[in-house]
Design a protein around this ligand. Structure first.
Ligand SMILES: Nc1ncnc2c1ncn2[C@@H]1O[C@H](COP(=O)(O)OP(=O)(O)OP(=O)(O)O)[C@@H](O)[C@H]1O
Length: 893
């Protein structure tokens, strides 16, 4: 299309200026890199050690940041050029880069980092404006670059030029534009001139071009649109949820935000002060976690992270499955370990909960939370009452003080109750020491007596006990759900046999002493040991004397470490809750033993994190946090982070999201989630905005709706698939100025054998190859309805496409990424969040049969992974939910 001479000349002027500036900036950055040694830690010598550690970490971070920044600039000197006018019509030309260039002098232009507030100019179209100190700046003209260093010099590919009142123009190559322009006209004969003109027209097109996806990684967007831009810049301490249809750049915005919030140039003074007071032991650059539903998505995003100067992202991109286990096992003592750990064994398929628990996690959690909280305080009240009425005067007096503290918690807050109890806990431990010594004396005497008695018969009681304990296999322990966890001593489980035997003997005698007061299960381990001990235990007098002391000891135990009891005993209180609700709404009838379903682990983790955060919210607790009494609370800082980000949020249950929210360290509380309810593909996932408001009442919901991924034809199909009948409408709009027209999706049925599917696929692949020629085949995914189909389809396809010199790779368990020139075959369950130029969905009817409740969502997610080419085929008949949309489909390309 012929362009007006003036536009062409103006773009040439910009091209000349821009390529010269690229060269300047890159040369400057390279010089800085050669010179750069990093800030010196020696200058910090006079500071005390603790501050120094953080300060050195911060300096290292800044050093690394600067270093990376210069590396980025040497590869990509600028991302946009903006001409802006202030209120007095003074015009400034800005060159905006991903990182602020330093030490450059150019009187005609100003340099800025995109992450800085003025960088926002790059996201605005002509006519848009930003507020700056002392007024505002209005964008008159904008050029967006994709800089590339070629052997002959700098170029920018697919440069987009926009000016007020003019059509958007895309220039394929600025370098070519200049060489064409700069050729002396009289040196060309007429035919050459015509060829040149045609080339110019080829190089410069009206509107924006749709790119082609040729790699399996999130495409880089140096400059976001104004809506995305406004969202990613929102203050670090916000709690945000971005909702938007597929391909609207939610993940892109999330990554950009992280890049900005880790860049010291991008942070405001307020944000920096929050970071400075953050209790996170990690430097800010490492103090973040991003949750994704699959490992594959994490891999897919890696390159986009490093382009945004976010280093080592794979260490911090986590799935909840992996992170949950780490928290439950290594940090919160919910799960068993070789050294004891918590009471539970996590099993993916544990049959311990009802479908109702999966469907209504919020109610389930709330009920548990209320119960465990009231159990905790009523347990303390009961214990204080026992102590108050003790015959021992010192204990009774202490009991009265404890009782008052417990009662005060009811009228104020849990945190102030715990604080009051902590201040009494030293007295408690002293008295407890005395009582425990008395108790141990009685137990030791009994053991010595039993041993001596056996000796007189020529036997060794203790050895016999050890041998007997060996006969009690793990089963006894596993089925020991009636064991009163509250009574377990606070010590570690012994690992050697004699110590374990002594512990078992003492536990049995305690049971003997207390069995008059409380009924016990005959099947508990201690009961079995007690049966075996027979008359080699306590005398009746000893037993009744011990019963009272044991009562005091147990009660004092509850007060000896209030914080640990409050936080660390949540798993035990969960067990009690589960026991009391057996056969009810949440739990099937029957003894679950120690098995724990993953969603139960979420419940416990959330209760623990929320309890910890509630304590931490109290000023007095925070001021005294270094006291040993708060050790288990301080441990929370090791698992919390300055920033928590969540991609594909609706795939996580509200309880899981609430756990993630609770991992965002205060006072920052930075939580940034994104997703699309229509794309939820888990049974337990979050279904509504209300459930996310429950996760965080001050959650701000932001919406974006410009769908960048898909062609018009595929966007129309996606809208129809979003199923307006269910109220889940998709409100995606296509970007302006872009030629979004492409080809209709294709559909075929009756392809039941892998060989038939392979033949059909190979024909479609040839069509794609022809239409993108001379470019190589773009990125292509083949989605199958189950893992077992991955290899057969891959093998059948390879047998056919070998002749086309193409190759397919089986991405088993969604783990293999493959090479860029390979066609990837995945189970549809693994492709959340990815995008490809072409997607084939094989065996759609088989998926409809195997996943009736989630089929339409898989269809929606699968179909919206394709940017341009989408093919669907069925073994037999196209399922009705898809067949109703047959108008959208063709047969071939
Ligand atoms: N402002 C933009 N201009 C042009 N392209 C963009 C823009 N923002 C995002 N994109 C492109 O749109 C595509 C989709 O982006 P992204 O994966 O972030 O979307 P999403 O909303 O997370 O999608 P989904 O919900 O399907 O996972 C990517 O190729 C990305 O590069």
């Amino acid at each position: 299309m012929a362009l007006s001479l003036s536009v062409n000349e103006h773009t040439s002027d910009i091209a000349r200026e821009a390529l010269a500036i690229f060269d300047n900036v890159a040369t400057g950055a390279k010089a800085e890199l050669a010179r750069f040694k990093g800030p010196s830690a020696e200058s910090l010598a006079p500071l005390n050690t603790l501050t120094t550690e953080k300060a050195v970490a911060k300096l290292n971070e800044i050093g690394r940041e600067i270093l990376n920044g210069h590396q980025i600039l040497s590869r990509e000197p600028a991302i946009a050029r903006v001409i802006a006018a202030d209120e007095s019509d003074n015009i400034t030309t800005f060159y905006i880069s991903r990182f602020a260039p330093s030490g450059l002098r150019d009187s005609k232009v100003r340099f800025a980092s995109y992450n800085a507030p003025v960088g926002r100019l790059a996201s605005l179209r002509p006519g848009g404006y930003i507020e700056v100190p002392g007024g505002s700046l209005e964008v008159l003209e904008r050029t967006v670059f994709h800089a590339e260093a070629l052997p002959v010099g700098w170029d920018s590919l697919d440069t987009i030029f926009e000016a007020d009142g003019q059509k958007t123009v895309t220039v394929t190559s600025l370098l070519r534009l200049l060489s064409e322009r700069d050729a002396p006209a009289d040196a060309l004969d007429e035919i050459e001139r015509m060829l040149k003109d045609a080339e110019v027209d080829d190089n410069v097109t009206i509107g924006r071009k749709r790119g082609i996806i040729d790699k399996m990684q999130l495409r880089d967007q140096a400059v976001l649109d104004e809506y995305q831009d406004a969202i990613f810049r929102l203050s670090l301490d916000s709690q945000l949820l971005i909702l938007g249809p597929p391909g609207t750049g939610k993940t892109t915005t999330l990554i950009r935000r992280l890049g900005q919030k880790l860049d010291p140039h991008g942070l405001s003074d307020d944000e920096q002060s929050l970071i400075d007071v953050s209790p996170s032991p990690l430097p800010h650059g490492q103090s973040w976690i991003m949750f994704t539903p699959t490992d594959l998505l994490g891999q897919y995003l890696k390159e986009a992270f490093s382009r945004n100067n976010v280093p080592a992202p794979d260490l911090r991109i986590k799935t909840w499955i992996g992170h949950r286990k780490e928290l439950a096992r290594n940090h919160l003592s919910i799960l068993r370990t070789a050294n004891g750990g918590g009471p539970f064994i996590l099993k993916d398929n544990a049959a311990t909960i009802t479908p109702d628990a999966v469907q209504s996690p919020i109610e389930w959690f709330e009920q548990f939370q209320t119960k465990q909280n009231s159990d905790f305080w009523s347990g303390l009240e009961g214990a204080a009452a026992i102590l108050s009425s003790a015959t021992d005067a010192e204990i009774a007096k202490l009991g009265d003080r404890l009782r008052a503290a417990v009662q005060s918690a009811q009228t104020t807050s849990a945190a102030s109750g715990i604080y009051a109890l902590v201040s009494l806990s030293e007295d408690v431990r002293r008295v407890l020491g005395r009582v425990r010594a008395d108790v141990d004396g009685v137990l030791k005497t009994a053991l010595a007596r039993a041993q001596a008695g056996a000796r007189t018969q020529g036997e060794n009681f203790f050895e016999q006990l050890i041998a007997f304990l060996d006969t009690l296999d793990d089963q006894t322990d596993q089925a020991d759900d009636d064991l009163d966890d509250e009574e377990e001593e606070e010590e570690d489980r012994p690992t050697n046999k004699p110590a374990a035997a002594q512990r078992a003997y003492y536990a049995a005698l305690r049971l003997q002493a207390r069995s008059k007061a409380r009924r016990r299960s005959a099947s508990s381990r201690s009961a079995l040991v007690l049966d075996w001990i027979g008359d080699r235990g306590l005398t009746d007098t000893e037993a009744s004397g011990l019963a009272e002391r044991l009562g005091w000891q147990l009660s004092l135990n509850r007060f000896s470490a209030p914080v640990r009891q409050y936080l660390g005993k949540v798993p035990a209180r969960y067990r009690q809750f589960r026991r009391s609700e057996r056969g009810g709404r949440w739990y099937p009838d029957g003894n679950p033993g120690r098995d724990l379903h993953p969603l139960e682990a979420d419940l416990i983790i959330l209760a623990m994190l929320r309890a910890g955060n509630a304590l931490m919210a109290d000023n007095r607790v925070r001021r005294n946090i270094d006291q040993s009494a708060y050790e288990s609370l301080r441990a929370l800082y090791d698992i919390q982070r300055n920033q928590i980000l969540v991609d594909e949020a609706p795939d996580f249950s509200p309880v899981q999201l609430a756990c993630m929210r609770a991992l965002a360290i205060e006072p920052i509380g930075s939580f940034f989630a994104c997703g699309d309810f229509n794309q939820r593909i888990t049974d337990w996932g979050s279904r509504s905005e209300e459930s996310l408001q429950w996760v965080e009442p001050s959650l701000q919901i932001q919406r974006i709706s410009i769908a960048y991924r898909q062609s018009r034809q595929l966007n129309d199909l996606a809208k129809a698939l979003a199923d307006p009948a269910s109220g889940n409408q998709s409100d995606a709009d296509l970007p302006e100025d872009v030629n979004n027209d492409a080809v209709s999706p294709v559909m075929a049925s009756g392809l039941s054998e892998p060989e038939d599917v392979a033949l059909w696929l190979s024909q479609r692949l040839s069509e794609i190859e022809r239409s993108v020629s001379p470019r190589p085949l773009p990125s292509i995914a083949i989605l199958v309805p189950e893992e077992a189909a991955v290899r057969p389809i891959t093998d059948a396809l390879n047998a056919v496409i070998e002749d086309q010199n193409l190759h397919a790779v089986a991405c088993v368990d969604g783990k293999i990424i493959g090479r860029d020139d390979e066609i990837r075959v995945f189970d549809v369950r693994h492709i959340k969040g990815l995008e490809f130029e072409a997607v084939f969905f094989v065996g759609v009817d088989r998926l409809a049969a195997s996943e009736p409740s989630l089929f339409e969502r898989y269809l929606y997610v699968g179909a919206t992974r394709a940017a341009t080419y989408l093919g669907m085929c069925a073994d037999d008949e196209i399922p009705p939910s898809l067949a109703r949309l047959s108008d959208h489909f063709g047969e071939r390309w």
